[in-house]
Design a protein around this ligand. Sequence first.
Ligand SMILES: *[C@@H]1O[C@H](CO)[C@@H](O)[C@H](O)[C@H]1NC(C)=O
Ligand SMILES: *[C@@H]1O[C@H](CO)[C@@H](O)[C@H](O)[C@H]1NC(C)=O
Length: 347
Amino acid sequence: MAALLIIAFSLLGYGSGAMVPAKRATVCNGHAELCDRNYGNVTFMGAHDSFAFSEDPFALARDQEVDIPTQLGLGVRLLQAQSHMYATYPSRWSSFIYFRVNPGTTVNCISATRDLFDGGTVLDYLETVHTFLNDNPNEVLTFIFTNPEGVSLPDVWAPAFEQSGIADLAYVPPTVPMKQSDWPTLGELIDSGKRVVVFLDAGADTDRSVPYILPEFEMVWETPFSVTDDTFPCSVDRISGPLSTEDHMYMINHSLNINVFDTGIIISDPEDAPTTNGVTSIIANANGCAPFAAGRAPNFVLLDFVNLGKGLQAVNQLNGLSTPTRLTSAVTSILQAISTAADEVSL
Ligand SMILES: *[C@@H]1O[C@H](CO)[C@@H](O)[C@H](O)[C@H]1NC(C)=O
Ligand SMILES: *[C@@H]1O[C@H](CO)[C@@H](O)[C@H](O)[C@H]1NC(C)=O
């Protein structure tokens, strides 16, 4: 009897890993073609200051119009955010970390309440993203966080990742830094359940105590920021060794800023977003950067106002994915025309 049970159990796959047929992802980030592509060889659409969303056009520090779930629904798979210690700010009492946007020079010009964008706690933010990841098990997602105050990785960042559940999904590369060509495929990341990649701009280079928090610039270089030139001339702005430039992945910081009345106040302008986030502008920026990357497309296209323009279409094109059929694009243009007309009427 016992022997029979053991046979039965092993036929069912209990206790012997070999018997369990491996469940393999057949659609990765919405496309079957992406499952066999190395993570370092995929272009992802990114939301700059993803937490700084507001529908209010007078919220000058906003960089997005739509909330995180909506951004994710639009196809955003890189979420970028800046964090600060709550306690660092006068009149704040808590030591939670908060996401804020701080557009540099504006600090003394506009009142603090307008200038800084309070995006809530890192934990709330991560929990929102975790809900999306739970509901969408075949999606690979990347975070790029900035850590301007050098907030402690083990004491502050790690607890937020752990409590939100994201730590369980976070990928730990076998070596750091890892070359662009050495990353697993999206299918492998999804099958392993480790389908979140976390980069930090500062701190993770010297402190490797939280193995899934990765030093960004050792593996990803960035184009300059606070760009006010709409031709987006490409250069390698932020990078660190020891990997060569070509062995890095890279992110184009494709958001156009305006210098308000030449005051030096730099803000992101939604007026330009439909053009900036258009296919022509994004592809031109990518082409300008390709020579720095052995001809490769950018890994991350970081956009303001992701709901405006055609970011996903450009990203699909960079991934070599089939373009929408004529019918779909005709419908899209009609919808676009209706929404533009509606915008004009409401003005
Ligand atoms: C992926 O590889 C293809 C083929 O080499 C290349 O055309 C494309 O630009 C690469 N994309 C990225 C993001 O590396
Ligand atoms: C991208 O540029 C914006 C300003 O244009 C800057 O605030 C932001 O820090 C840059 N993003 C990254 C990830 O460096």
